[in-house]
Design a protein around this ligand. Structure first.
Ligand SMILES: Cc1cc2nc3c(=O)[nH]c(=O)nc-3n(C[C@H](O)[C@H](O)[C@H](O)COP(=O)(O)O)c2cc1C
Length: 384
């Protein structure tokens, strides 16, 4: 029998039926070095693989004859959301699509889901605010706390709804597959350049529109270092490698709204973050890009929920690619899921329309999963 299964790799987001189709579309359009940056993980990528496997291995024991399907919406930090999903902060979004941050934010605004803007985004805080998205701002704490305070103040003035402090990137993960594509710090190797030339749709955007740097960091970058690669190096050196719990006290002085700590990987740290003034946490291993060998957040969330009780807001991220993954995360005890690559695949496939498609796929699949699970538990039941 001829095997007729294949993913959609054309250009029409409406024809993508799964995040896997958007990924295939993205991988066709992107040069290899951008695809590597988007997809890759640290070292042997064991944690990256474990993140995906953690969701793939979960199984429900569904209930039947339970009447109308449950609603998809949740309440998070006092706001009603249409589904338990927040777009994760990702840097360099303009590498994937011109004005990538704005495309993500606009699609998020239309869907009513929060968009988290990274410190190393390519749009300004004010540009993202102008999209009308539920705007969360993610902070990498710099050694220069004055620079960090200035960013937080800008986010406050722009009306950001939450501050997310990332605490698992004080050292930069060893992403050797990515590094091997470069000669020295500033230039791609020839094969990677030739490969880029063979991706005309991506190249045409870069030629026509240019490649913006880290728009929010221009005030701090040394003269002559505002290009993408030199400023990326600057950021690595600027991030405080000796962060400790005092950063939460510092953040509380500068930010009175919801404060979320992202990158928690242990139940005791979850409890400590809340004791130090955080309003919520994100269990995360940074999408397998930092410590290779870290646990998937999904495997940790039940223990964290046991430690914290029902009250505190717990998000998880890493490996979610299907609507059912949101249901799995919630069944284990998370309030919501952050998506990194799932929504980035949509961006890289087709810009704002691709992100909108990613969100609608996840929303449809989540509603379907909820209807079919009908309140049934994950099996074996937790604690059994
Ligand atoms: C291309 C890329 C860039 C990222 N940049 C950031 C960042 O700037 N700040 C941050 O806190 N996390 C960053 N992350 C981690 C994500 O916020 C998130 O933790 C991770 O992508 C979740 O895993 P998933 O991609 O499997 O959904 C990045 C992830 C990717 C894939």
């Amino acid at each position: 029998m001829t095997h007729l299964r294949c993913l959609y790799t054309g250009r029409a987001p409406s024809r993508a039926l799964a995040i896997a189709d958007l990924r295939a579309m993205a991988l066709r359009r992107l040069p290899g070095f951008v695809a590597e940056f988007l997809e890759g993980g640290a070292e042997d990528e064991n944690t990256l693989a474990a993140n995906l496997a953690s969701f793939a291995q979960a199984r429900f024991a569904p209930r039947v004859l339970t009447g109308p399907p449950p609603p998809s919406g949740i309440r998070l930090f006092g706001q009603d959301l249409p589904l338990p999903l927040v777009i994760a902060p990702t840097g360099f979004n303009a590498l994937h699509w011109h004005e990538g941050d704005l495309a993500l934010a606009r699609a998020a605004a239309r869907a009513g889901v929060p968009f988290t803007q990274s410190t190393v985004s390519n749009a300004t805080i004010e540009q993202v605010a102008a999209t009308g998205a539920r705007h969360w701002f993610q902070l990498y704490a710099f050694r220069d706390r004055g620079a960090s305070a200035a960013l937080v103040e800008r986010a406050r003035q722009a009306g950001a709804a939450a501050l997310v402090i990332t605490v698992d990137a004080q050292l930069y993960g060893k992403r050797a597959w990515n590094t091997r594509l470069y000669r020295g710090e500033n230039a791609l190797r020839w094969p990677a350049m030739l490969d880029a030339a063979r991706h005309p749709r991506w190249m045409a955007q870069v030629w026509a529109r240019g490649m913006p740097g880290f728009a929010n960091l221009y005030p701090f970058l040394p003269q002559g270092q505002s290009g993408l690669l030199p400023s990326a190096r600057w950021v690595r050196e600027a991030i405080d490698p000796a962060l400790d719990w005092s950063i939460l006290g510092w953040a509380r002085q500068h930010w009175s709204g919801p404060l979320i700590v992202k990158g928690i990987g242990h139940p005791e740290d979850a409890a400590r973050a809340l004791a130090k003034g955080a309003d919520g946490i994100v269990l995360s291993n940074h999408g397998g890009r930092q410590l290779d060998g870290a646990l998937p957040a999904l495997d940790l969330v039940a223990a964290v929920r046991d430690r914290l009780g029902d009250g505190p807001t717990v998000l998880i991220d890493g490996g979610a690619r299907r609507g059912v993954d949101l249901a799995i995360a919630r069944a284990r005890g998370a309030d919501a899921v952050m998506t990194g690559r799932a929504t980035l695949y949509g961006l890289a496939a087709a810009g704002e329309a691709g992100v909108a498609r990613a969100l609608s796929i996840l929303a449809e699949e989540y509603a379907l999963a909820q209807g079919l699970i009908a309140g049934g538990p994950l099996w074996p039941p937790q604690g059994a």
